[in-house]
Design a protein around this ligand. Structure first.
Ligand SMILES: [Zn+2]
Length: 279
């Protein structure tokens, strides 16, 4: 779709699985189990959705998915059965990785930052987007570099440290306009340094809320993943975003939804009903 000056495409980089309890936090399985199916290991399916913005000012992607450098053991844990579709999708929109100028990472969890690296012929990790600056909150980088016992399993430090060594990381501290109409908005909540991305052009707006609202099933305020480091903050920011969506007509691009990549929200009584938009 066209959003003002930007041509926008949203696609799934891959499909993976995560424990349903980890995804829905305090919500009991008898409730979330009616909304999504789980497998024999209690895992639910998630996509890693990428937002691509093409313009004459530059080509941007928001998040990069899992990538294709995971070990067989990691693939088994995350239930990944297919190859990363990142480059194939970029190609279908006429782009090579070298054509990407900016990669905005909502945060550095491996399902968002894994695609920023690839393996060379000697199976050594190298940057996938050699001409892109990779925009990350400084706080996220510091935390991800020194994870604690609870967050360690969600980060692969060698990936983003390698981006840093290659001078491809741009660490930002707070909100910033990255290109005209494209802003990062620090949120905290899911991780201390998590950020959302707001795309505004010619009176229209799309918000990429990242893991603050990963799927349409997380629009309800207490539906917060148990991996969030500051769940109360997630709820607060989520309320603000939902208000913007209903008052100002912001569309939401969900980063992990299987069917609804982009939606508009309508308030009906006290619930928010998403309606799907093709992008
Ligand atoms: Zn995450």
């Amino acid at each position: 779709m066209q959003l003002g000056d930007y041509e926008i495409h949203i696609f799934a980089e891959n499909r993976w699985r995560i424990d349903g309890g980890a995804m829905f936090g305090v919500v009991p399985k008898v409730i979330w189990g009616k909304m999504v199916q789980s497998d024999e290991f209690n895992r639910v399916k998630l996509d890693t959705n990428i937002v691509l913005l093409k313009s004459d000012k530059g080509n941007i992607i928001v998040d990069s998915g899992m990538g294709d450098t995971l070990t067989d053991r990691q693939k088994k844990i995350f239930g990944i059965n297919s190859d990363s579709a990142l480059e194939r999708n970029l190609n279908s929109f006429g782009l090579k990785p070298e054509d990407i100028d900016i990669v905005i990472l909502t945060h550095l969890h491996l399902d968002h930052s894994g695609g920023t690296v690839k393996l060379d012929k000697e199976r050594k990790k190298i940057p996938r987007f050699p001409n892109a600056k990779h925009v990350v909150q400084k706080k996220e980088f510091e935390d991800a570099k020194n994870p604690d016992e609870r967050t360690a399993a969600t980060y692969i430090p060698e990936n983003f440290l390698m981006l840093k060594e290659n001078n491809l990381l741009e660490l930002v501290d707070g909100g910033k306009e990255i290109l005209p109409g494209i802003r990062v908005l620090p949120t905290g909540g899911h991780s201390n340094g998590h950020q959302a991305v707001l795309i505004q052009s010619q009176g229209k707006a799309i918000l990429c809320p990242g893991d603050i609202i990963p799927t349409q099933n997380h629009l309800k305020i207490p539906y917060v993943a148990s991996v969030d480091t500051h769940p109360l903050e997630t709820m607060k920011v989520k309320k603000e975003f939902i208000k913007k969506a209903t008052d100002d007509g912001w569309m939401f691009a969900f980063d992990h939804d299987l069917d609804m990549k982009l939606c508009r929200l309508k308030k009906v009584n006290d619930t928010f009903i998403p309606s799907k938009i093709e992008a």
